[in-house]
Ligand binder design. Structure first.
Ligand SMILES: [Mg+2]
Length: 305
């Protein structure tokens, strides 16, 4: 399959494209904003899709903002956005734990906003008083004992990750009945000026290697996140969903895995040359555009919308 450049399609082909989906699942970083700086035309594109009757949902692996942070940022682009439209690994894990009637404490390697999401959903977090207060290997002895109240360990992006936190997670995970979850599994996290920083993949791998445990992954491009989306948004025909993303390995792979149509945009992580170098069918998008913001202009010019 060769990806189609949406900007060069004829009016009749744009009409067919627009009629081929009912729901848009849109990534946020690199599609709607870059480090929360707006990308031109995206607000207009979201407005035009909404006007056409498309359902809009937003998916993000970013645990730095949390549900409230994503909601506040999205509200500037789309005034009808609801919290329930936002899909994150955290929300998918919460849904999984609620369904399992999980009632023990959770130990989280993750951000403060992620922890808030779990607390707001009614879960109790494990005591973290030792997490930042130990500065000698001897002092570790003080808390190497397990805490049986903890029943789950969740590992996502943690700016304040420490050896101490990894030790505590390891101790909890020695019990086979302790659930082990991973959110985003990115190898790289991009900061200002596109500087690549080590992502959660590396500390998840450390925990896997030392404990022999494999986490249930809920970030893109996991099947668990697809299951959550399909169930929560009653998606019966995945081919009527358009996934918009800026990352081939995360978004496009995720969309294809779930049977969605895919639109790759070059306003974030992946570039045109990366798409040209794709060797695998399961990473090749159906469509591409320089920016999601360009779609509003295309709809205006080609369909007089
Ligand atoms: Mg992205």
């Amino acid at each position: 399959m060769t990806p189609k450049d949406l900007s060069t399609l004829r009016s009749s082909e744009i009409r067919l494209f627009l009629d081929s989906f009912d729901t848009v699942v849109c990534d946020c970083d690199g599609v709607i904003w870059n480090l929360l700086n707006p990308i031109d035309g995206v607000k207009e594109t979201l407005g035009a899709l909404k006007k056409c009757g498309k359902k809009l949902h937003f998916v993000s692996n970013n645990c730095l903002l949390g549900t409230k942070g994503i909601f506040d940022a999205l509200a500037q682009y789309h005034d009808e956005v609801k919290t329930s439209d936002i899909i994150t690994p955290t929300r998918a894990i919460i849904s999984y734990l609620k369904e399992a009637r999980f009632s023990k404490e959770i130990y989280i390697l993750g951000t403060l906003s992620m922890k808030e999401d779990f607390q707001n959903a009614g879960f109790t977090l494990a005591n973290t008083k030792h997490d930042e207060s130990v500065d000698s290997i001897e002092a570790i002895q003080e808390f190497v004992d397990d805490d049986v109240k903890v029943g789950a360990v969740i590992c996502d992006y943690d700016i304040y990750l420490s050896n101490i936190k990894l030790i505590r997670a390891t101790i909890f995970l020695r019990r086979p009945d302790v659930l082990f979850f991973a959110g985003a599994t990115d190898r790289r996290i991009y900061a200002g000026n596109k500087v690549a920083l080590p992502g959660p993949h590396f500390y998840q791998t450390a925990l896997m290697e030392v404990t022999g445990r494999t986490p249930l992954v809920f970030g893109k491009p996991s099947q668990n996140l697809h299951n959550y989306i399909k169930k929560n948004f009653n998606i019966v025909n995945p081919s009527r969903v358009l996934l918009v993303g800026d990352s081939i390995s995360s978004d496009i792979k995720f969309g294809i895995l779930g049977g969605f149509q895919t639109l790759l945009v070059f306003s974030g992580v992946s570039k045109f040359t990366d798409m040209k170098n794709i060797k695998k069918e399961n990473e090749t998008p159906n469509y591409y555009l320089n920016s999601f913001g360009d779609l509003s202009e295309i709809l205006k010019c080609k369909l007089k919308m």
